[in-house]
Design a protein around this ligand. Structure first.
Ligand SMILES: Nc1nc2c(c(=O)[nH]1)N[C@H]1C(S)=C(S)[C@@H](COP(=O)(O)OP(=O)(O)OC[C@H]3O[C@@H](n4cnc5c(=O)[nH]c(N)nc54)[C@H](O)[C@@H]3O)O[C@H]1N2
Ligand SMILES: Nc1nc2c(c(=O)[nH]1)N[C@H]1C(S)=C(S)[C@@H](COP(=O)(O)OP(=O)(O)OC[C@H]3O[C@@H](n4cnc5c(=O)[nH]c(N)nc54)[C@H](O)[C@@H]3O)O[C@H]1N2
Ligand code: SF4
Ligand SMILES: [Mo]
Length: 710
């Protein structure tokens, strides 16, 4: 017996001795939950589990994606070597060979097609350091104006609206902890319960405290379940609905006259425009009953506190930027901003959806949210980078327009890092055909995605377990993601890859960084004095304070929890209201006899974006292994489509095959398909490629389709 006990304790001790803990943050959404991967090694096997770690945002909570994230990061399909395409095959090559091949190809393209013949396609799933380096790489190493990033498909409408109205774009104007005390909460086109699940408790607390929660969505979702009122809106009509709310607010005298007087411009024009609008027309257009519009308008106007949140349902429209502006008009007119539990939240998407939109990956942007067309800003950045101002290129075009340029032969090469545009851009078949025309495509990824398969060269990157750096979460809180696991094989950190390529191009002197922290210290200086000012943050401070909300302009500064308390960020300090028409300038695709249904697209809990990562996870795939067509039973019967059968969905651009799923939760004129699958199940083969003229966001949320049984 004692022998057995001794053996047991010896083994237990052995197990514990070989337990390793890796601190990190979830690679998926913008909440950036802190977590630990625990690796247990016994003599025979290694096992892993992920647990949450306390932090100011998610308080230690994790959702199923975070809990299972290591399953893709530790997957056997991770790329471990550079791969060069020879004929139709990918052949492993050394980094030396890969970098030399890249330098040659880029030099040849720029000789033939000029500097702007090369393009850079970046990401909001990389660290701030890497986002910053992508911008610097394009402007300093390649001297091309053609850089943009996948956040264009994500945050551009909200960013453009907040910049226009407030003069600055930080996703949430208040920290999340203010939500429980808001008396009216509008959730417009946002499915937080499936997309940012660990922040749901803030809204649940508000409900317990008696808030009126309103959801605006063509579908009932896990999020709309907590709403007191669900506005089951006709897709693409949010701008008109906001006009309806404003009309009641203005006509019933529920505005805040002293706030408007002191802090707002443009109210008079908006008031005149609103007076000319017809309520009946708005009801017909949106499908929302007048009594609901009245109830929500009064709740927003009469209560002391209130907050409006928007996400991609409102924003991924050809008038998304204007629809958001109209919701901001409501906040500004009722004085519900810059005060406790009053404010706006664009629920940011990707892990670094906030930070990656601040430091120079956008076509028209320099670090710190500076403008590449502003002389003073150009001079500041030229000084930081040690180049002449006139060497800096001017602004380029958005990601989808870069793809159109590739199609026309105006862009010949692309450096693509951490994105899968063949699956994520609208009109996917066109995108694939356009990228095939490139003379040179390099993809930096963890896996051989559908886009990487088109590349001439694939470079293996490191994951969230391996790559240290800062991430800015949906609140604007900059956090330091620790990461200490060794990358598999010869995979390298994205920041290192960018520096290596720059060096191969003879630009090493501008990229002589030895660590992510080195890069961050340059970013701090670059952002200093800009709107998104990170100067006062250091790795040591970020560690100690578990994150700091920007702006943080000096080492003594505590960060900024609530913005716009005393002034907006426009030079005159006032917010700018503006007239928003019911009908968008770029017409949305209308349903017709041939294509009688609206198609809207979006997400489900278990999968993430183009699914390259989550489809590698057995636990997540077990929950949802294929996409589906959400359709109302009555609609399905009209088209003889039984439940659970394969359906062919067709639009003017192509067709896909997915399984039908009857549900009374969706409007009868609308169907929904999630976009986490590729090839013949890629819903973006159907999606229309019209863009918002202000911010170039594609209208992912409204296309016209028909459905039939296979
Ligand atoms: N599980 C999961 N979580 C994620 C992601 C993921 O892929 N999976 N992605 C992350 C990223 S990058 C992002 S951007 C966010 C996105 O987060 P969300 O924007 O919340 O997600 P979506 O599902 O795209 O759209 C939200 C809702 O908009 C509704 N909608 C569709 N059309 C309209 C419309 O015309 N008007 C209104 N008012 N609503 C409409 C849809 O029915 C859907 O329920 O999620 C992040 N979190
Ligand atoms: N129809 C429709 N389309 C949409 C949307 C929609 O709602 N409907 N939403 C849009 C939105 S909001 C977004 S954000 C886009 C996202 O679109 P994408 O950016 O194209 O999608 P991801 O799946 O995130 O692609 C990331 C790729 O980078 C790899 N990767 C992951 N981590 C790393 C890393 O650390 N380094 C490197 N180098 N690679 C890495 C992954 O393996 C994957 O191949 O999709 C958009 N497309
Ligand atoms: S997906 Fe978002 S909510 Fe879920 S664990 Fe990751 S960061 Fe947290
Ligand atoms: Mo996104």
């Amino acid at each position: 017996m004692t022998e057995m006990l001794l053996k047991y304790f010896r083994e237990k001790e052995q197990r514990e001795q070989s337990e390793k803990v890796y601190d990190t943050q979830c690679p998926y959404c913008s909440v950036q939950c802190h977590m630990q991967l625990i690796e247990q090694r016994s003599v025979t096997r290694k096992s892993y589990k992920t647990i949450g770690k306390n932090n100011p945002t998610s308080k230690g909570r994790l959702c199923i994606k975070g809990i299972n994230a290591h399953q893709h990061a530790l997957h056997k399909d991770r790329l471990t070597q550079p791969l060069r395409k020879i004929g139709e095959e990918f052949v492993p090559v050394s980094w030396e060979e890969a970098l030399a091949f890249m330098a040659d190809s880029i030099t040849n393209i720029q000789k033939e097609d000029g500097h702007h013949g090369m393009s850079v396609y970046g990401s909001a799933s990389i660290t701030n350091e890497e986002a910053y380096l992508m911008g610097k790489f394009a402007r300093v190493a390649l001297k091309t104006k053609h850089i943009d990033y996948n956040g264009r498909l994500c945050m551009s409408a909200a960013a453009s609206a907040a910049s226009a109205v407030f003069g600055m774009d930080r996703g949430l104007t208040n920290a999340l902890e203010e939500i429980p005390y808001a008396e009216t909460i509008v959730l417009a086109g946002t499915n937080i319960a499936e997309c940012q699940p660990t922040i749901m408790p803030y809204f649940e607390q508000a409900k317990e405290n008696g808030a009126l929660i309103v959801a605006i969505d063509p579908r009932e979702t896990e999020t709309s379940r907590i709403a007191d009122l669900h506005m089951k809106i006709k897709p693409g009509t949010d701008a008109a609905l906001a006009n309806g709310l404003l009309k009641v607010i203005i006509e019933e005298g529920l505005v805040d006259p002293s706030f408007i007087e002191e802090r707002v411009t443009g109210f008079k024009e908006v008031k005149e425009h609103i007076a000319s609008l017809d309520e009946g027309e708005i009801v017909e257009k949106t499908g929302i009953p007048l009594k609901d519009i009245h109830r929500v308008a009064r709740a927003l106007g009469q209560k002391e506190t209130g907050m409006i949140f928007t996400a991609r349902g409102v924003e991924q429209q050809t008038d998304g930027s204007m629809a958001v502006r109209n919701f901001l008009n409501i906040l500004v007119a009722t004085g519900k901003i810059g005060k406790p539990s009053c404010g706006y939240g664009a629920i940011t998407g990707q892990s670094n959806g906030q930070g990656a939109r601040e430091h120079g990956q956008k076509a028209d942007q320099l670090p710190g949210y500076r403008s590449i067309e502003n002389d003073e800003h150009r001079t500041h950045m030229a000084n930081v980078w040690g180049i002449e101002e006139k060497e800096l290129p001017r602004k380029g075009v958005s990601v989808f327009e870069m793809i159109e340029k590739a199609d026309r032969g105006e862009i010949a090469g692309m450096f693509l890092l951490c994105s899968n545009p063949v699956v994520s851009n609208p009109n996917a078949r066109f995108v694939k055909q356009a990228l095939k025309k490139l003379k040179f495509l390099v993809a930096v990824d963890l896996f051989k995605s559908e886009t990487a398969q088109l590349a001439d060269l694939i470079l293996p990157a490191s994951s969230y377990l391996e790559d240290e750096g800062t991430m800015t979460n949906l609140e604007g809180r900059v956090t330091l993601r620790e990461a200490s696991m060794k990358a598999p094989g010869e995979a390298r950190h994205d920041w290192k890859i960018i520096c290596d390529v720059a060096r191969a191009l003879g630009k090493g002197q501008y990229f002589s960084f030895h660590s992510a922290e080195d890069v961050f210290n340059e970013l701090r200086v670059a952002s200093s004095g800009g709107i998104a000012d990170y100067y006062g943050m250091t790795y040591a401070r970020l560690r100690e304070k578990k994150g700091i909300l920007w702006p943080c302009p000096s080492l003594e500064h505590e960060g900024t929890s609530r913005i716009f308390e005393h002034a907006f960020a426009h030079p005159e300090g006032r917010a700018k209201m503006s007239v928003v028409p019911n009908e968008p300038p770029v017409k949305k695709e209308k349903t017709c006899e041939d294509y009688p249904l609206y198609l809207t697209t979006g997400r489900i809990m278990a999968h993430y974006l183009t699914g390259v990562q989550t489809r590698k996870s057995p636990s997540l795939t077990a929950r949802d292994f294929e996409p589906f067509l959400e359709i109302h039973p009555q609609t399905a019967q009209t088209y003889n489509l039984p439940d659970g059968t394969l359906a062919r969905i067709e639009s003017r651009r192509g067709s896909i095959i997915v399984r039908s799923k009857w549900t009374e939760k969706i409007r009868r004129d609308t169907v929904f398909v999630p976009f986490h699958w590729d090839e013949k199940q890629n819903v973006n083969r159907l999606v229309v490629d019209d863009l918002d003229p202000n911010c170039r966001m594609p209208g992912f949320k409204v296309s016209a389709v028909k459905v039939e049984t296979l």
